[in-house]
Design a protein around this ligand. Sequence first.
Ligand code: CU
Length: 124
Amino acid sequence: MFVKGRIATSLVCASIGAVGLALPAQAHTAVAAATTTVNVTAGKPSEFRFTLSKSTVKAGSVTFKVTNKGKLSHDFKIGGKTTPLLKPGKSASMTVTLKKGKSAYQCTVPGHAAAGMKGTLTAN
Ligand SMILES: [Cu+2]
């Protein structure tokens, strides 16, 4: 199993080209898995809360799949981007590049962040 995995990694590296071959194999694995997906639920566990499937992510490209399970419309803002306003039951995906450190997120509907619809996500 381990040997088989090594071969697969080598093929990925080879496809990147001569520049890629100069880097250690581990770097190629990181490139292949660069985009992290975080599932975000708005309106859960209570109306003015977000639940994120991950509390830390790798810095770089992060896709947020936001679903509104509340009774009011909500959106999700992080890293300078905001999803469309989502009606109850609706969802949207958004890809953001996050730098290392803490990124604040919030709902931009007036009053919602103040009521608790905010938090921070750590990127390493
Ligand atoms: Cu909201």
